[in-house]
Design a binder for this molecule. Structure first.
Ligand code: ZN
Length: 280
């Protein structure tokens, strides 16, 4: 049975109908409550989810202190130019291999955490994010989804000035400022989706719609990305893959993020993230 996992104040919980259930309590102590353990044992969450009793819920999701669904990944990857229209708006050619960069794990933050602006060319990038649940190397496309604990949402917040102010461009630094990697709100199991390769995503800035697409429009889909990355390095439990952003980012035609902006990102079957942009 499909499950929804969340991180509330550092504790792993299962979510159903807007209420959350502490995983340690639910499992009679078989799970410690640690998020990474829950991600690694994702196969066991399906059965536990069948026993959720609404009357015994530990609290409501509304107003809960949500943390990132993978709080301590060994690696966070970003895929650039992975939607045709976004590659075109960036005046870049359609790539032959998935253009990959690192977001250092220290940038990962919770789904409703503030984005602390550290520049005047800071951009939003709504993205579907996958979390590795079963470690592996040389994973075939056919096996790729079975290595994924679940799908979540994310913003690959990017400082365009730092990204491009050195030669060659330094995507890793421009995209790794603290707070520039909010992910969430829930980690949703792959079997929740009729087709995990066709998930809707959108975002708006202070009420102005900016981006809207579906992952069925990805140039490199999730199986292709996982096969490619795992052919180079071992994918570990909790590793995070930002799968790319659709057209509509701030650069070069629209506005960058400013103090007071509110970025609202919505992911079909996963939920909504709300991030306030604040001064340092
Ligand atoms: Zn991105």
């Amino acid at each position: 049975m499909a499950f929804q996992l969340a991180n509330i104040a550092g504790r792993a919980v299962l979510v159903a109908d807007g209420a959350y259930h502490d995983l340690s309590r639910l499992s009679g102590g078989a799970f410690s409550g640690d998020m990474t353990e829950a991600i690694e044992r994702h196969g066991e969450l399906h059965a536990l989810n069948e026993n959720l009793d609404a009357a015994l819920a530990d609290g409501s999701l509304e107003g809960a202190d949500l943390g990132p669904p993978s709080p301590a990944p060994s690696k966070a990857f970003g895929i650039g130019l992975n939607y045709r229209a976004h590659a075109e708006e960036s005046n870049m050619e359609i790539p032959e291999y998935p253009p990959t960069f690192a977001k250092f794990p220290s940038c990962i933050s919770g789904p409703n955490d503030d984005i602390v602006l550290r520049g005047t060319a800071v951009d939003y990038e709504v993205e579907v994010v996958v979390i590795i649940g079963t470690a592996g190397r040389d994973i075939s496309q056919a096996d790729s989804w079975s290595h994924v604990a679940g799908v979540t949402g994310g913003q690959d917040v990017s400082d365009r000035r730092v990204q491009f102010h050195a030669t060659p461009p330094q995507f890793a630094l421009g995209k790794s400022f603290d707070t520039y990697g909010p992910i969430g709100p829930l980690l949703v199991s792959v079997d929740s989706f009729e087709n995990p390769d066709d998930i809707g995503l959108s975002c708006g800035v202070s009420g102005d719609p900016r981006q809207s697409s579906r992952t069925s429009d990805l140039i490199f889909d999730v199986p292709t990305i996982i096969e490619y990355l795992s052919g180079i390095c071992t994918l570990n439990v909790g590793d995070v893959i930002f799968t790319g952003t659709p057209a509509g980012v701030g650069a070069p035609k629209r506005q960058f993020l400013g103090e007071g902006d509110v970025v609202v990102s919505t992911f079909e079957g996963i939920g909504t993230m709300t991030n306030h942009c604040v001064a340092p």
